[in-house]
Design a protein around this ligand. Sequence first.
Ligand SMILES: Nc1ncnc2c1ncn2[C@@H]1O[C@H](COP(=O)(O)OP(=O)(O)OP(=O)(O)O)[C@@H](O)[C@H]1O
Length: 366
Amino acid sequence: METTNDLLPTVADANERFRTIRELGSGTYGRVVLALDRELQQRCALKILQKSTTKYRDFHREYNYSIVLSAHRSIINTFAGRCFQTADAYIIVQEYAPLGDLFESIPPQRGLPERAVKTIMKQVASALEFMHEQGLVHRDVKPENIMIFDADFRKVKLIDFGMTRRCGSYVRRLIGSIPYSPPEVCDAHSNDILVSSSMDVWAFGVLLFCSLTGNFPWEHAQESDVYYNEYLQWLRHHQMQSRYKLPSQWYKFSSRLMRIFRKMLDPDPLKRCEIIEISKYYDDRWINDQFNSHRRSSNEDEGVEEDFSSSGSGTECNTINSSTTSNTDFEELTQLMRNSLTGFDNLLTNDNLKSSSSAATAKTCC
Ligand SMILES: Nc1ncnc2c1ncn2[C@@H]1O[C@H](COP(=O)(O)OP(=O)(O)OP(=O)(O)O)[C@@H](O)[C@H]1O
């Protein structure tokens, strides 16, 4: 029998201790509010998981992982002693991130400057590496789950351990996928999917692309997706050492960055690199100079790039500007995903969704 009173103190009136200030976000399983802890006179984030929609087992798992992982400097701090439950909900009390999440900071169709992305990715990679060392897989790496604490991105933290599972365990296949889902999840035939840290590596690669471009590389990592298929064709030719035109949405990246993309975004999970691999690339230039809209000078030396001038059957390479590089619109698609997370009723009333194939896929994670 499940018991709910062994883990958290039950509070009759949460308002006695916490004053709600405003809603910070909502997701599949609950909502997050900014509150003032009256006792400590400190602002904090309350993640409210309704008992009607959250099994005790799921809350218990997320709570425990959140506490254990708090030890890492790039993972959100969960205050074990302050969490509580009411008659209706479990409340996880966490430190408040004043600058919101990374999604809100990425300029759509433009992306963040290379330097900022490197600063962010170093921290996210370190957090994921820590998780993987503990034998845990996050399974929901995306910009909405990376919180920002300062304008220079020197302090960012990973949140949301609701999907986290032990490496080597099995999870039920979900219907649909999101752009961060790896191909083995998108294409899963069996009902049970083996959890592996390589899932996070794939999502990290997509996150890297999104942060640098403000676009998604594809909507789904499936051959039926034209952008994914283009990437796949290019990758296959590259592996056979034959020349093939790099799809235009990858055109701005240096050959070094394309190398790490190939290692992280390998369709075969067994061939994917570890998260730590990225650390070998921080000193390299990631964006080709002529495409770097954030650069100050245009006349710096360039590395030798691959495939740019070769002919092939891939998409025509376009000059980089906001319209030609946009494949899957980052802002629209992520907004669709966010809207969908607020409830299925909203999905049906949102005009945007009616014309988008992502509607049915938006409710799931990798
Ligand atoms: N500590 C925090 N400080 C500030 N905002 C936060 C904090 N935690 C969460 N949020 C906001 O609330 C949103 C949802 O949080 P969270 O991902 O934990 O909920 P969820 O229900 O698990 O969401 P999802 O279904 O998307 O995984 C985040 O994207 C973020 O914008």
